[in-house]
Design a protein around this ligand. Sequence first.
Ligand code: MRU
Length: 363
Amino acid sequence: MRVAGRAWRPIWLEADGRTVGIIDQTLLPHRFETATLSTMAAAAHAIRTMQVRGAPLIGATAAYGVALAMAGDPADAALDRALDVLAATRPTAVNLRWALDRMGRVLRPLAPAERTAAAYAEAAALVEEDVRANAAIGRHGLELVRGLAAARPGAPLRILTHCNAGWLATCDWGTALAPVYMAHDAGIPLHVWVDETRPRNQGAALTAWELLQHGVPHTVVADNAGGHLMQRGLVDLCIVGADRVTAAGDVANKIGTYLKALAARDSGVPFHVAVPSSTIDWTISDGIADIPIEERPAAEVTRVQGRTADGQVVSVQVTPDGSPAANPAFDVTPARLVDRLITEAGTCAATAEGLRALFPGRR
Ligand code: MRU
């Protein structure tokens, strides 16, 4: 996607053919800065500190992290260590495990001397596949958007989204925002309600920034406004992304997604979840019992980051000294509250049968 007229992706191989460039997402929307990852440890740090975040991008960064490890030492022990260290960075997004399993499967049978080139090639292939998957999600989602927009001739379709499931969260296009970008580019009038997404404000900071760059009309709202907007008939459609979808269609996504799905069901608003197949965990069915939910530092709740009038980016405390805080980073929306899953293979009901029909090779 474009930033100030120039095409960017959130991750790329640098011209030296070894190090990896990223956009440092902890600084957006106030500063657009890139960073260079030169070691596996730097890739793990970038995932852990959320310089890169979003399920597909975490997977891609981990894949390049393995390549960086192989460039330093392609022996078996270094490969095992890289897979272990990177797997421990964040627990909920299954794309991380999916990418590392794939790297391990490709690299383990090879002689160490062959591993570095193969690792870079596999990481690059994984990135390109993610871009193609998200573009396909965009095309399938566009048809859903087109259908709903036809019912509102002359008025913008009002879409609510949560967190950031845009191009910054993937290798390009985004998942939930891919249909938004394609609909906007196709001339369908849209207006996006952007949940701020406390505690880290990925909506207010990242989704709003992305939409602004692309010229998509939007309004940032406090997380708690979504139910009210839906009840008043001001939302035509909710689209969110996911960090893990079970084989039966339960959806783990950024904390607060479940409440939006409940409000959407109560108000009769369609609630769709856009996911590449790399986000589907075919090994589990019960999202509430089986998806590990990341607990992040309490300081993300007790403090907020923002820009002062003189342009400095600072973090300030919003809670009293001494009040403990808890920070579960994801929740699970049961499949029964999801209307459609939008994948690269098409859309389906959020059921085991629906998913199996789209991906017949998977159990
Ligand atoms: O904690 P984050 O910012 O990594 O959480 C990201 C989300 O919850 C996204 O909605 C999800 O990864 C889908 S990304 C296309």
